[in-house]
Ligand binder design. Sequence first.
Ligand code: PSU
Ligand code: MN
Length: 305
Amino acid sequence: MIKESFLKVDNKITDALKSGKAIVALESTIITHGMPYPQNLEMAREVEQVVRDNGAVPATIAIMGGQMRAGLSEGDLERLAKEGASAAKASRRDMAAILATKKMAGTTVATTMQICALAGIKIFATGGIGGVHRGASETFDISADLNEFSKTPVGVVCAGAKSILDIAKTLEVLETNGVPVIGYGTDFFPAFYLRKTGFLVDQNFETPEQIAKMLDVQWQLKMGGVLIANPIPVENEMDKSEIDRYISQALSEAEKRNITGKDITPFLLKSIFEMSNGKSLKANIALVKNNAKVAAKIALAMTKQ
Ligand code: PSU
Ligand code: MN
């Protein structure tokens, strides 16, 4: 049994859980390592507001002061955003050490799922998940996010995965891990800045109610996480040849500088933002908000079944 002192659930979230309100969790590596300050803080606040506007209670997840936190105050959100990449990036294996040393950390998809499960939150929204990196046959670089889905019963709404990753291998690993990949109104797995890749999702569900029903069955069966892929809005989609150019430049720069391990994803994101003069950052913020909206609708539908 976990000692209560390692987990601090905000009062608003505890009340929402007790009264059966819809709750949407939000990850925080996107705040600390995914975007620069102050856009990260602005994005974090706006995304919380999108969740509220769509009838749910937002719970931003992070690790602060030796505690896993579900639901942050305005002041904590600001501290986290200002700390940025000086905060740790907590994936599953980092959790115990970060709690023991009371470091501040942004949580990845994997650790956000873990904390959601401990707090009793079923749905969370993010930008993109980690996956199998290109060149993984040599580097073995496969995000711990993919393994987390196999065991932790949380629905993750994302815009697919960026093509900084090997999408085909990412989908194969998800299949091996028994992870359902659901499309929200799409037959194709989306590629973050682009509405579709050439790869199919397992199921295309047109409504939040259908997804809520599927999640209910998944968890009655005591199965793990579900990936819900929600394409970027049409008006925010980027040009494929433009984004492909930035990605391949960022990848070759990373190779030149020998950047590996947990630093690779933040490095690639930052390079792409810089090369696109902030255009990709704008698209990134738009898709996170869109995911928060869909997550709130699913969370709401779950309270009504
Ligand atoms: N992909 C993105 N933006 C992000 C991340 C991934 O497009 O911000 C973050 C998420 O928090 C994800 C983590 O869980 O990076 C994966 O890191 P790694 O590949 O080191 O496991
Ligand atoms: Mn990795």
